[in-house]
Design a protein around this ligand. Structure first.
Ligand code: CP
Ligand code: NVA
Length: 318
């Protein structure tokens, strides 16, 4: 159920000034409120001007969607972005993170960090005196999950009773989908080859916070995993930093391609999602990617709307 602008502001006032390092950093109500605010912003029912605030982007890995959607979100909020690529800052020459985070806190109002270790992101959050947002780590991709569930909500009108099947590697994207799905009452089934399951701690955490009657299940059989799913999701088999494992992973994942045959095992209403970038012919067939079932580009667009909502909430502009 959609909440009024006043209700959204009341729920989100509690996250002002906080960090967003994991999908678990928001409660179910706060997550729903971010999705509602994102919808209001997307539909033009709400305009928010934060008055020239500055977002610093510290990206140690490549990015198209996350980088650009954060830049555009900040511009639409009346603010600006500075791109602090570690290659061109003193970070690349060994300046300690704790010094960098404290200095940037004197210039910027919020930081979005994309890096490898979650611990490094946590260090930024520890030393920065401004909100820090996870723009992808090896453990989680929480901004992505917000956009993914907004896309499912837009398609079906409601998240309740939906089942999301994620097929492929039990990676950062799978982790955030499990946690965020658990909070929102969406059943999540993760289908991976043996040995590529999500981390047991994350599965346990998702199950512990799941809404009543919401299941978080694992399977090593892709056809079984997609049975009755209303959204089928996949991601690359080798994430950034795992490029050397590509050949070995192609073998292990060969039965996990999201193709027409696999799609036929899901609900007839099922939509197809992918966080992108995609490797056509590997984790997803070109036919499925270009089919009428695909909501992949709506999903990419929704990165902008959820991040605009998130930044407005963290910066207290509601
Ligand atoms: N989905 C996603 O995070 O894309 P980028 O790596 O291009 O930011
Ligand atoms: N799992 C992928 C997601 C990219 C958006 C990676 O970490 O490379």
């Amino acid at each position: 159920m959609e909440i009024s602008p006043h209700g959204v502001a009341a729920v989100l006032s509690s996250i002002k000034g906080g960090d967003f390092l994991s999908s678990a950093d928001l409660t179910a109500d706060q997550t729903n409120a971010i999705l509602d605010l994102a919808t209001q912003l997307k539909n033009g029912d709400r305009r928010i001007d934060l008055g020239n605030r500055v977002l610093g982007l510290i990206f140690t890995k490549a990015s198209t969607r996350t980088r650009v959607s954060f830049q555009v979100a900040m511009a639409r909020l009346g603010g600006q972005t500075v791109d602090l690529n570690p290659q061109v800052t003193q970070l690349g020459r060994g300046e300690p993170l704790e010094d960098t985070a404290r200095v940037l806190s004197r210039f910027c109002d919020v930081l979005a960090v994309r890096t490898f270790a979650q611990k490094e992101l946590e260090q930024y959050a520890k030393w920065a005196s401004i909100p820090v947002v996870n723009a992808l780590t090896d453990l989680e991709h929480p901004c992505q999950a917000l956009a993914d569930f907004l896309t499912i909500q837009e398609t079906f009108g409601s998240l309740s009773g939906q089942t999301l099947a994620y097929i492929g590697d039990g990676n950062n994207v799978a982790h955030s989908l499990m946690i965020c799905g658990a909070l929102l009452g969406v059943n999540v089934k993760i289908g991976t080859p043996n040995g590529f399951e999500p981390l047991p701690d994350v599965v346990e955490h998702a199950r512990a916070i799941a809404k009543p009657n919401t299941s978080i299940e694992l399977s090593n059989d892709p056809k079984e995993a997609v049975k009755e799913a209303t959204a089928i999701y996949t991601d690359v088999w080798a994430s950034m930093g795992q490029e050397e494992e590509q050949a070995q992973r192609e073998k292990a994942f060969k039965n996990f391609c999201l193709d027409k045959e696999l799609l036929c095992c899901a609900s007839s209403e099922a939509i197809v999602l992918h966080c992108l970038p995609a490797h056509r012919g590997e984790e997803i067939s070109s036919e499925v990617m270009e089919s009428s079932k695909s909501r992949i580009f709506d999903q990419a667009e929704n990165r902008l709307h959820v991040q605009q909502a998130l930044l407005a909430a963290l910066l207290g502009g509601l």
